[in-house]
Design a protein around this ligand. Structure first.
Ligand code: FS9
Length: 396
């Protein structure tokens, strides 16, 4: 299949060499399930410059940039709307130069590789990915409720009923990643977002690691200190049980307002994670206390969820007795907290430092991209299913 072409009035000021052109057009893999892009367009007449429209058939021109949701050294995340539709997305824009300079090429590849594979109600999914000479664009489902972290800081702590559903939904997301032989590794309230109804969704798969042949092969030190499992700190290698440890710390934090092993002094915090006695406040009911204690077992082999059953071990715990997990999956339980939203583009649940900014796609300095080989071949993507979460659920 020939790729579709896009006209570029001489804005580039130079023609792309044919080599660059062919490099920018990865051939479609045999057996790939990607939806074919738009039908063949006849070649454009000379002397106009042709640049390949991205393989995904989508580019920045197809979106209205509305608001900035977050920003950092690598790039930013914006609320966008697909032009002439009412489809809203979160567009993550990364500067290639920054990704390369900070050795994040592998992380970025991991994240896109994972995002391309997952379809699950409690995991972010990606509708499109495309690139320009200087940037990478990931178009993700938009979660207007913002970070769970933001709600937790505002409210101090959550009710048990609220924590029960969040934990079940997050657990299902982790269980799904594990079933694909992936470890999430960075579970924390900042990476959990809420949709318009109040269901949770895990984002940011940059740290997730696909497990290599053995479950203990992952040795690299990554993650956020408060939630990191002891076996990671000890550098003895780790498997999917690290996510169940992090879930234990998260459950504790959602119910009490602070992680179980916390100190401003980071070395002291590591020491606590490795050795301190777990002390649950007396107001926690016995079933939830028991769940926390079983998730925060330091020996990963004895931790709840570490066996073959993985998520199934958690599902059987008395804390979840009131829940039917197939109903959880189908989002049949109504969350207690529904994010307050004035209108579809209301960004009140995001940090005003960012939302006050003007949403634009900044220019990349030409010197930053000149002569760089493309480290991101095969990045582009278009989901073969709709972008709505309804497309992910079992037909009712
Ligand atoms: N829908 C709404 N918000 C989402 N966010 C998750 C990411 C948050 C963020 O700011 N991330 C961030 C990213 C960078 C990078 F450089 F990588 F671009 C730097 C600093 C912060 C913003 C809120 C979200 N994610 C998926 N769907 C979403």
């Amino acid at each position: 299949m020939l790729p579709p072409f896009r006209r570029l009035a001489t804005a580039l000021g130079r023609a792309l060499p044919s080599k660059a052109l062919s490099r920018a057009l990865p051939s479609k893999k045999a057996g790939s399930s990607e939806t074919p892009t738009v039908a063949v367009t006849p070649p454009l007449p000379e002397p106009e410059v042709e640049i390949p429209r991205d393989i995904a058939g989508v580019s920045l021109d197809d979106f209205d940039l509305l608001k900035v949701l977050g920003k950092g050294g690598f790039g930013k995340v914006m609320l966008v709307r697909k032009k002439n539709t009412s489809d809203f997305y979160a567009m993550k824009v990364l500067k290639k130069e920054a990704v390369i300079r900070r050795n994040q090429v592998a992380h970025t590849k991991t994240e896109t590789h994972i995002l391309k594979q997952i379809r699950h109600p409690f995991l972010t999914h990606m509708a499109y990915a495309f690139q320009s000479e200087g940037k990478l664009y990931m178009v993700l489902n938009y979660l207007p409720g913002g970070e769970l972290f933001y709600q937790l800081k505002r409210e101090g702590r959550f009710s048990i009923e609220r924590v029960r559903l969040y934990t079940a939904e997050i657990g299902m997301g982790l269980g799904h990643l594990h079933s694909l032989d992936m470890i999430y590794r960075d579970l924390k309230p900042e990476n959990i977002l809420l949709d318009e109804v109040g269901h949770v969704c895990l984002t940011d798969f940059g740290l997730s690691k696909e497990m290599i042949s053995t479950p203990n092969a992952a040795h690299t030190f990554c993650g956020t200190p408060e939630y990191i499992a002891p076996e990671i700190l000890q550098g003895v290698g780790h498997g999917k049980a690290v996510d169940w440890w992090s879930l234990g710390t998260l459950v504790f934090e959602m119910l009490t307002g602070l992680p179980p092993f916390y100190s401003r002094n980071i070395n002291q915090m590591y020491e606590m994670i490795l050795r301190a006695e777990l002390r649950c406040p007396t107001y926690l009911p016995p079933d939830i206390k028991d769940l926390i204690e079983k998730l925060l077992v330091r020996d990963p082999l004895r931790r709840l969820g570490s066996g073959q059953g993985d998520l199934a071990e958690l599902e059987r715990h008395p804390f979840f007795q009131l829940l039917d997990f197939s109903k959880v999956f189908n989002r049949e339980y109504t969350p207690i907290y529904k994010p307050s939203l004035g209108c579809v583009t209301d960004v009140a649940n995001f940090d005003p430092t960012f939302t006050r900014e003007h949403a634009v796609d900044s220019l990349v300095e030409p010197s930053h991209q000149a002569g760089q080989p493309n480290h991101f071949e095969g990045f582009s993507y278009r989901a073969s299913y709709g972008a709505s979460v309804r497309d992910l659920l079992e037909p009712s």
